[in-house]
Design a protein around this ligand. Structure first.
Ligand code: FAD
Length: 285
């Protein structure tokens, strides 16, 4: 199919993009990598009046800044650049662990991390990672900037709390405390497909090896990413194997998936339990 007609602008700087978005209001739509938006236009699931292409703003929005406190990813940083960054891997291996599951290399060459967050697909990997880490996005308009916490950003399937004319300029993925191990696992029908269920875990242990904090974030089992605190259940059993099984059971009981053409709700719930166990074993190995 072909998209509904739209106007197109490619501003040369962020200030011009913000001015244009302010003029356009709800009719304006940001175009980043186009890996989600263009299919939606072609299928006429979206029909914005005017696309504001930010691909010319790489000098201002393309940065990836990894430091001890975390990783800031500019709105035009492509998935592949973040995935391949040694500096990112050193600070937050979880980002690379998750990005390896995002679509295929060709899509990761073009799609952006921030675009994936703005798209807010409940089956996407990066919103779950942002929520697990307690990250945020930096949002700009002509009137100024604001920071939106991950848990306030995702409002529903393909829905965020962003207002018309707002541009996300970067995403902030905070580093995890020392002694934290992470893992990301998912099940998809084929490699590169959206996950039927996926889970990211972060397990922090003290110098003696005792768990002090454990959290998991789930995709494809709720309208927005679900974060569970598994600390208590991982502390509540004497044997490490029992604890992990108990954590899987807790996850299966807490998720509230829907059925669709890809999987029943029961199968997704089962996966949430199995994948929680698998991710925890991987993280603590
Ligand atoms: P675009 O498509 O350009 O935009 C997506 C949405 O975000 C639009 O609404 C746009 O207006 C908005 N937006 C983009 N940037 C900004 C900004 N800076 N400020 C405000 N709004 C903004 N994704 C996964 O997570 N997991 C998968 O397994 C997966 N599989 C895929 C398989 C296929 C075959 C395809 C085509 C895509 C798949 N994707 C998957 C989607 C892909 O990861 C996209 O790259 C990503 O979702 C969107 O990034 P983008 O830069 O292409 O954004």
């Amino acid at each position: 199919m072909k998209p509904a007609p739209f106007d197109y602008s490619a501003p040369g700087c962020v200030a011009d993009a913000l001015a244009l978005l302010a003029d356009l209001g709800p009719e304006g739509k940001v175009l980043a990598g186009g890996q989600s938006l263009v299919p939606m236009l072609n299928m006429r699931l979206a029909a914005p009046g005017h696309l504001v292409d930010i691909n010319g703003l790489g000098a201002e929005l393309g940065g990836i800044d990894a430091g001890d406190a975390g990783v800031r990813v500019g709105a035009l940083a492509r998935h592949c650049a973040v995935e391949r960054s040694a500096a990112v891997a050193a600070v937050l291996p979880l980002l690379g662990q998750a990005l390896a599951h995002v679509a295929h290399p060709v899509i990761r060459n073009r799609g952006t991390v921030v675009g994936s967050l703005a798209h807010a697909d409940p089956s996407a990997e990066l919103p779950a990672v942002l929520c697990l880490l307690g990250g945020s996005v930096q949002v700009a308009t002509v009137d100024g900037e604001r920071t939106v916490a991950a848990m306030d950003l995702f409002a529903g399937p393909m829905e965020t709390s962003l207002r018309p004319a707002e541009l996300i300029t970067s995403a902030w993925f905070p580093a995890l405390p020392e002694g934290t191990a992470t893992a990301f696992v998912e099940v998809a029908r084929r490699r590169g497909d959206y996950a039927i269920c996926g889970v990211a875990v972060a397990v922090t242990r003290d110098a003696a090896g005792a768990v002090t904090n454990a959290r998991a974030a789930y995709l494809s089992v709720s309208d927005t990413p679900l974060v569970l605190d598994l600390t208590e259940v991982l502390l509540s059993r004497p044997a490490p194997g029992d604890r992990i099984v108990a954590a899987g059971r807790l996850a299966a009981a807490r998720v509230t998936p829907d059925a669709d053409i890809h999987a029943s709700a029961d199968y997704r719930r089962h996966l949430a339990g199995v994948l929680t166990e698998r991710a925890l074993r991987k993280a603590v190995a």
